[in-house]
Design a binder for this molecule. Structure first.
Ligand SMILES: [Zn+2]
Length: 299
C-alpha cells in the first residue's frame, strides 16, 4: 500500500490536525493494533498497515474495495433533502436525547454515526449539542461508501470521517458515549465493543407510515411491508437494555417539487418498476410523512 500524496489545502490540514489529536479513535482493520498519524498524512499501525488521509480529509480504511449500491447521486439527493429541513425534527430529537442522557457528563463526548452517508445528520446533531450545552462533542462518521464519506469530509470539517466496514470497524474499543444508527443496518456486536460502559445506542427505524406517499405510488400493497420492525426490536432488546422508545411523526412541506430527490434518496424506489418511478416523477408531490421510532439502548 502506498503512502504518498501531493498537495495540502486548508481543509486537509484542518482534518489532519483533528485527526492528529484523535488518532486513538482508530484501530487497524487488519490486525486491530492502535494507529499513529505520521507525516500528517497517513495512519500506520505497528505492523506497517498504512491508510492515507485523502485530499478531502477522510481516511479510507476499507482493506479491499467493497462494492455498495449506494451511489453518489443518492447521497447528493439526500443532502439536498436534508438542506430543505427534512431531517430537522429528527436531528433536534436525537440531540435532545443525547443531552438528556449526558446530564452528568462533562467536557468531551464522543459520538459515532454508524452508516453516516454524506454526513449532514451527524454534523447537524453535533452543531445542536455544541449550541445547547457546555459539552464538547467529537463526531466520528463511518460509512462503507466512499462517495458518501467523500461528500461528508468535503463539507464538514469539525468531524472525523472514515470509509470502513462496520462488520470490522476500524475504530478502537470502549470509546463512544453514543452510537447513532439511523435508517441503516446495524452491527450490534461491534456497537457493544465500541461503547464505553454506560454508553448508549440510538437506533432509528422507519415506521409503517414513513414516506407512505411514495409507497402508495411504488407499491400497490402499500402498508403491508413493515412488520419486520418487531424482529428488529427483539434483536435490539436482546443485545441492549431498552432505556427509551419514542415515536417521531411529522410532515414536511415544500414549495418546490422534490420528488426526484426523494426518489433518488430512498431505497424504497429500488424495488419498483420504471413505470411507477416515472409516474412518481410526474406527480407534483409537496408534502410527505415522516414516521420513525427511536430506540435508546444501554449496555
Ligand atoms: Zn495493522
Amino acid at each position: 500500500m502506498g503512502c504518498f500524496f501531493m498537495s495540502k489545502n486548508k481543509r486537509e490540514r484542518g482534518h489532519a490536525s483533528l485527526l492528529g489529536k484523535n488518532e486513538d479513535v482508530f484501530r487497524c482493520p487488519l490486525c486491530f493494533s492502535p494507529m499513529k498519524l505520521v507525516h500528517v498524512k497517513s495512519l500506520i499501525c505497528k505492523n506497517h498497515h498504512c491508510y492515507d488521509l485523502s485530499r478531502q480529509g477522510y481516511v479510507n480504511m476499507l482493506p479491499h474495495g467493497l462494492q455498495t449500491k449506494y451511489h453518489r447521486r443518492m447521497f447528493e439527493a439526500r443532502r439536498m433533502i436534508s438542506r430543505k429541513g427534512f431531517f430537522e425534527p429528527l436531528m433536534a430529537k436525537i440531540s435532545e436525547l443525547i443531552l438528556d442522557q449526558s446530564k452528568f457528563q462533562e467536557g468531551r463526548i464522543k459520538i459515532l454515526d454508524a452508516g453516516c452517508g454524506e454526513g449532514s445528520l451527524l454534523s447537524g446533531i453535533q452543531k445542536k449539542i455544541t449550541q445547547n450545552s457546555a459539552l464538547d462533542p467529537l463526531g466520528v462518521g463511518l460509512d462503507i461508501s466512499k462517495e458518501g464519506i467523500y461528500m461528508a469530509a468535503k463539507e464538514y470539517t469539525s468531524s472525523l470521517w472514515c470509509v470502513g466496514d462496520l462488520a470490522k470497524a476500524p475504530l478502537a474499543s470502549e470509546q463512544f458515549h453514543f452510537i447513532l444508527n439511523v435508517l441503516t443496518p446495524a452491527n450490534y456486536a461491534e456497537f457493544g465493543r465500541m461503547l464505553v460502559p454506560h454508553g448508549r445506542v440510538v437506533k432509528v427505524l422507519p415506521e409503517k407510515n414513513h414516506l407512505w406517499e411514495l409507497r402508495d405510488i411504488f407499491y400497490e400493497q402499500a402498508h403491508k411491508q413493515r412488520d419486520s420492525n418487531r424482529n428488529t426490536m427483539d434483536i435490539f432488546k436482546n443485545k441492549f437494555k431498552l432505556l427509551d422508545l419514542e415515536r417521531l411523526r411529522y410532515r414536511v412541506t415544500s414549495d418546490e417539487p422534490w420528488m426526484e430527490s426523494l426518489i433518488q434518496m430512498t431505497p424504497l424506489s429500488w424495488g419498483t418498476t420504471e413505470e411507477r418511478r416515472f409516474k412518481a416523477l410526474e406527480m407534483d408531490l409537496r408534502e410527505v410523512t415522516i414516521d420513525l421510532t427511536i430506540l435508546v439502548g444501554g449496555n
